[in-house]
Write a protein that binds this ligand. Structure first.
Ligand code: IMP
Length: 449
């Protein structure tokens, strides 16, 4: 079975881009299935750094077809800007496919996202202001516009006018804000339509055909398990399903195609935006993690909150996603610590919870129970083999495996492609050279206007 899934096991930003990129050279297709341009993937390839928000990481390989599935919300302006920036660096986007059923992020979604946050005051979520929540809300309310609507101006206009009736009323009456003009939006979006049309496709059918032909498909998660609308720390979550279920609804494929479900977790934990975070370290330890891990958001430039590894959450992520293995990233960041802490339970009103608690109050107010262990006291960013990792680092990894109940197959010790340790025999590591992976001979100039 040729389907592999890469999912975030924490609150996003776990390093999924690097893991996807490492696996991508043996794949034929790479698929995004949820979220929108609230996501940000950074890939380091030799001296080059690529920051992607909507386009799947596989775009850096000329042989790969990249797919934006129906579960993604697409801001066409951002997508075209991203395509243009790739073209400028010699990377073709001809093989990018966009689901006809993906929903569009509209200008009023971004306005409503910002205004919604302001109106929540102290209770705000800290969204990325990219219009993600309002776009998914319209999808659920059956008021959304889809990518396929770009192919028919009449339909686009009719649906837009009907949506604007309600949106403009809210903007004007509830928020006292300026309203949006249908003609202007139609003009703007029809401009995008011309350039995006060659990429629009029935991507569910495309994937089914790919599986029939024995092609290898990688599903690239965005955000993380604890940001999932159902399984995350609601309401401090995003509005989509970054967990395993999102793959099936968001790409239009069935579970029988999936062989491997890789949960990506940092060796510590970070979170952006507001919401509970039991192991957060608002102290020197947290500062050190942030500095060594360069914990600044790819999309928003916000400083990420940092804290110790929490295996209660990791076990939860393993359960709700049915993880088959873990990729543990940024282990090198912990090299500077003399002693390390791992949260193994939550203490609340005399009871210790070893599983994700059933009530949010417990998660908000609990005191973490830590296991404290010595660090390894040396830099490990040059390690390429398991044998090159210090014993204490191997113990840390072993503990994670035991506590999460899932093997750690891959450990990342730095941002570069070669700064990766493949932990188990029988796993064939990909060709691990530092770039260039881009085959410029196959570069075809963009057909963009
Ligand atoms: P939204 O997805 O913009 O609605 O934001 C909702 C919450 O999810 C906020 O706390 C964001 O900071 C968080 N979030 C959304 N996307 C990401 C991501 O890619 N990484 C980390 N946090 C994210």
């Amino acid at each position: 079975m040729p389907g592999t899934v890469v999912l975030g096991a924490q609150w996003g930003d776990e390093g999924k881009g690097k893991i996807t990129d490492l696996l991508a050279d043996r794949m034929d297709l790479v698929v995004r299935f949820s979220g929108g341009n609230n996501a940000g993937h950074t890939i380091v390839c030799g001296n080059d750094e690529f920051k992607l928000h909507l386009i799947p990481s596989g775009i850096l390989y000329p042989h790969i077809t990249t797919v934006i599935g129906n579960g993604v919300v697409v801001n066409p302006k951002v997508l075209l800007e991203e395509m243009d920036s790739l073209h400028k660096r010699g990377i073709p986007t001809k093989k990018l496919k966009i689901s006809c059923n993906a929903h569009l992020v509209m200008p009023y979604h971004m306005a409503l996202d910002r205004l919604g946050e302001v109106s929540l005051g102290k209770a705000k979520l800290g969204t990325t202001h990219r219009g993600i929540g309002p776009a998914y809300a319209d999808k659920a309310e059956r008021l959304g516009l889809r990518v396929q609507d770009l192919l028919d101006e009449k339909i686009l206009r009719t649906k837009l006018e009907s949506a604007l009736e309600r949106k403009n009323a809210i903007l004007a009456k509830a928020f006292g804000q300026e309203t949006f003009d249908a003609d202007e939006i139609v003009d703007e979006y029809m401009g995008y339509a011309e350039r995006l049309a060659p990429h629009i496709d029935d991507t569910s059918l495309l994937l089914e055909r790919a599986f029939e032909e024995g092609k290898r498909v990688l599903f690239e998660g965005a955000q993380g398990t604890l940001l999932d609308l159902d399984h995350g720390t609601y309401p401090f979550v995003t509005s989509s399903s970054p967990t395993i279920g999102g793959v099936f609804t968001g790409a239009g494929v069935g579970p029988r195609h999936i062989e491997k479900i890789i949960g990506v977790a940092k060796a510590y934990v970070t979170r952006v935006g507001y919401g509970p975070f039991p192991t957060e370290q608002e102290n020197d330890a947290g500062e050190m993690m942030g500095e060594r891990g360069a914990e600044i958001g790819t999309t928003t430039g916000r400083k990420r909150r940092c804290g110790w590894l929490d295996v209660v959450l990791l076990r939860y992520a393993a359960r709700v996603n049915g993880l088959t293995c873990i990729a543990l990233t940024k282990l090198d960041v912990l090299s500077a610590f003399e002693r390390l802490r791992i949260c193994v339970g939550y203490s609340y009103q005399g009871k210790v919870y070893h599983d994700f608690p059933p009530h949010q109050t417990i998660f908000h107010k609990c005191v973490p129970e830590y296991l404290e262990i010595p660090g390894w006291g040396e830099e490990i960013s040059g390690a390429k083999k398991k044998e090159e990792l210090p014993d204490q680092a191997l113990k840390y990894i072993g503990f994670v495996e035991q506590a999460a109940g899932v093997p750690v197959d891959v450990v990342s010790v730095g941002p570069g492609r070669t700064q990766t340790v493949w932990m188990r025999e029988g796993i064939e590591p990909p060709k691990l050279e530092e770039g260039p992976y881009l085959n410029l001979e196959e570069f075809e100039p963009p057909n963009a206007g």
